[in-house]
Design a protein around this ligand. Structure first.
Ligand SMILES: *[C@@H]1O[C@H](CO)[C@@H](O)[C@H](O)[C@H]1NC(C)=O
Length: 359
């Protein structure tokens, strides 16, 4: 109280003198400098991660290429929106990252198509050019309605990918934008799922929006809204990300357990890109950066035990069928999915930092 009272009263007691104006300007400049520094650090980390993947392109799986496309697409969108309001150095670095990520993504697509043709035929749209250029407008995150979690249902990755595939016509390319009752019921209506099942509900909707099916999803959300949502598609996004935020915060409280860090980065990446800047919490940035290895990748943590079935090449798409997307080992203890979600998470920070600088 002793400390707080004078601070609180200060603006009431003093007219805005030249001195306080200067102090305010200095604080703002300080925070601009801090923001610019944080953007530098984030771009350094992103560039190193992209370069690592690029140097090891034949040990990337399909999921590993998603992060590259996100970095490519979102840096493009950020430049399109903010280039004129950014310091020149920052804009140039964004442009450089954009082209590096794009080149790496194109090579990853060739490699993935060659090594896993069946999986690629089913899910290749997720990593096609421009797929992650979509720029979701920033929105405040509402508070999550607290609901009892469903019994942790097993998550079937194949089901999720097949539902995403419905967005495309029989040729697998032109948007048909089908949303079957089975898929809506399985992937959108449940409001008690957690973990990767929940992030993949959001992933399904983002895929639909990006496939050009916004009006179809909007109509579905109006006709069959998930419990507790208002009949708008934005309301469904809000509901999912509000609950994901509660989970991410719980992971922080638990001290970021090693087996959950991959999920945590996926949460920050997906909801961050879906337009919720709150996910790029300032205090989580040093945490994410501390998980990066000197070679630029993100990998196994010391003492972490990863379920071997996550790597089972006999399962669909090289990934564990339940709960989590495919993991694949890369050289030097690095992991493909993990590096990809880290790139997604850092890209969400990149967006928030750029928007803060351009503000
Ligand atoms: C998706 O929406 C578009 C535009 O409203 C419509 O033309 C198309 O038929 C819809 N697709 C399906 C499968 O309902």
């Amino acid at each position: 109280m002793k400390l707080q009272l004078p601070l609180l009263l200060l603006p009431l007691l003093l007219p805005l003198s030249a001195a306080t104006a200067a102090a305010t300007a200095a604080a703002a400049a300080d925070s601009k400098v801090a923001t610019a520094d944080a953007l530098q650090a984030t771009l350094d980390a992103l560039t190193a991660a992209v370069d690592f993947v690029s140097d090891n392109i034949d040990s990337v799986n399909l999921d590993g290429a998603i992060g590259l496309r996100m970095a490519e697409g979102q840096t493009k969108a950020l430049l399109a929106h903010y280039w004129s309001r950014l310091p020149q150095g920052a804009a140039a670095r964004l442009a450089e990252l954009h082209s590096r990520a794009g080149r790496a993504a194109n090579r990853a697509v060739q490699s993935v198509r060659r090594r896993t043709p069946v999986y690629y035929a089913n899910a290749g749209n997720m990593i096609r050019e421009h797929f992650w250029d979509t720029f979701y407008p920033a929105r405040p995150l509402p508070r999550a309605a607290v609901r009892a979690a469903d019994k942790d249902k097993d998550f079937d990755e194949k089901f999720s990918d097949d539902c995403i595939k419905e967005f495309y016509g029989p040729d697998g390319k032109s948007p048909g934008c089908s949303v079957s009752e089975r898929c809506w019921r399985g992937l959108v209506l449940p409001t008690g799922l957690t973990g990767y099942s929940l992030t993949h509900q959001l992933f399904y909707l983002m895929n639909g929006v990006q496939a050009g099916c916004l009006s179809n999803l909007t109509a579905q959300a109006r006709a069959h809204p998930p419990a507790g949502t208002d009949g708008s598609l934005a309301g469904v996004f809000d509901n999912f990300c509000a609950r994901i935020f509660v989970e991410a915060s719980k992971l922080e409280t638990a001290g970021f357990p090693k087996p959950d860090r991959d999920l945590f980065m996926e949460q920050v990446g997906l909801c961050g890109l879906a337009g919720y800047p709150e996910f790029a919490r300032w205090r989580w940035l040093p945490v994410l950066l501390s998980w990066q290895r000197a070679n630029g990748c993100f990998g196994e943590f010391p003492g972490e035990l990863i379920n071997p079935s996550n790597f089972d090449p006999g399962l669909y798409g090289n990934y564990k069928r339940r709960r989590k997307r495919a993991e694949m080992r890369m050289p030097e203890g690095c992991l493909s999915h993990r590096t990809s979600v880290a790139i997604a998470g850092l890209t969400a920070y990149c967006r928030r930092l750029v928007e803060t600088l351009a503000d």
